[in-house]
Design a protein around this ligand. Structure first.
Ligand code: TYM
Length: 342
């Protein structure tokens, strides 16, 4: 049994990329593994969050976890700020990680933009808190979308440096789990940009709170191209889509990738099914499939959002169990570092 940890930020606009790239995979792992799933509210405030919206968005991510099928009794679901070990261990990691490592983080560069000096210090040390999230439970496997890979490599470096500096084998090696065919879902407006919570255009993403009409409308309006869809002969010997093909028609392959992920079909199956057809035929098929697959989840999310008492109770119970797991690990870490606990 592996110990799994992952998290999602409660920053609003939870979308199809979050679901296909991360949350759906969380569900499959809980059958065989010890899983801890966090709503990372401490991470969210590295950029400004309206306090009332932050509370609402924390419940929304929790509702998405539950509606997607995470069982709060088998797994632990909680929000990060209820468990002090995250912030406490992050401080130690602030003293382990090197500035040079943080300087290389592409997400900081993207989020800080041209005015780095105006970004919060929290945004800069964000990867150290991520390492603390995982290592406060000595978790080894972390299911995420492709965009988190660099952060997880840094978390691994932090664990290794800590072990090396203190001469211990305390923190385990972290393995990213980048699973399924939708590890990087792209914007519906621009196939070269990642689908993102912060894109100004709502048409760029399918939100987990969208109703059937909105899902169908956005997919029908999605940017495409005038060509017919290719057949499976463009795939490589392993049945994977070559990068050169993806780059040549980013919007087309993004939409077909979404179809495959939702239908849980391989590239070969999707390309065989739609070979020679145009987007006029493909888009309605995709819209119908997306509505069919997402409606049960978005409907259940809505039901849960109308019952905040239940959602809050799940988080309270999860946090208590998470504190029970992380506190002994934090205390052992403090002892290694040399903090006196008289
Ligand atoms: P966040 O909140 O940006 O995203 C949550 C999860 O969704 C994945 N994801 C995507 N997958 C496919 N296509 C996309 N377009 C897409 N956009 C987002 C992300 O890879 C992620 O798995 N730093 C993390 C949260 C975090 C965390 C952790 C994760 C904090 N501590 C510890 C793992 C372990 C983040 O900002 O995710």
């Amino acid at each position: 049994m592996k110990r799994i940890f992952s998290g999602v930020q409660p920053t609003g606009n939870l979308h199809l990329g979050n679901y296909l790239g991360a949350i759906r995979n969380f569900v499959g792992l809980q059958e065989e593994h010890d899983c801890i799933y966090c709503v990372v509210d401490l991470h969210a405030i590295t950029v400004w969050q309206d306090p009332a919206e932050l509370k609402q968005n924390t419940r929304e991510v929790t509702a998405a976890y539950l509606a997607a099928g995470i069982n709060p009794k088998a797994s632990i679901i909680f929000n990060q700020s209820q468990v002090p070990a995250h912030a406490e261990l992050a401080w130690i990691f602030n003293c382990v990680a090197r500035l040079g490592w943080l300087d290389r983080m592409t997400q900081f560069k993207d989020k800080a933009g041209k005015h780095k000096e105006r970004a919060s210090a929290g945004l800069y040390v964000y990867p150290n808190l991520m390492a603390a999230d995982i290592l406060a439970y000595q978790a080894t496997h972390v299911p995420v979308g492709e965009d988190q890979k660099q952060h997880l490599e840094l978390a691994r470096d932090i664990a290794q440096k800590f072990n090396h500096d203190y001469g211990v084998e305390f923190f385990p090696v972290i393995e990213p789990l980048i699973l399924g065919s939708a590890t990087r879902v792209m914007s519906l407006r621009d196939g070269t940009k990642k689908m993102s919570k912060s894109d100004a255009s709502d048409l760029s993403r399918i939100n987990m709170t969208d109703d059937a009409d909105a899902i169908a409308r956005k997919l029908k309006k999605a940017t495409s191209d005038p060509d017919f869809l290719p057949g499976p002969e463009i795939l490589d010997e392993q049945g994977a889509l070559p990068d050169a093909e993806r780059k040549s028609r980013p919007e087309a392959f993004n939409l077909m990738g979404i179809y495959g992920a939702l239908a849980q079909e391989s590239w070969t199956e999707v390309l065989t099914r739609f070979e020679g057809q145009g987007f006029g035929a493909f888009k309605p098929a995709l819209a119908e499939l997306a509505v069919e697959k997402l409606r049960p989840i978005t409907g259940e999310m809505q039901r849960l959002m109308d019952d905040p008492g239940y959602v809050d109770a799940v988080l309270r119970d999860g946090a208590e169990r998470a504190r029970g797991r992380s506190e002994p690990i934090l205390q052992a870490c403090y002892d290694i570092v040399g903090f006196l606990r008289p």
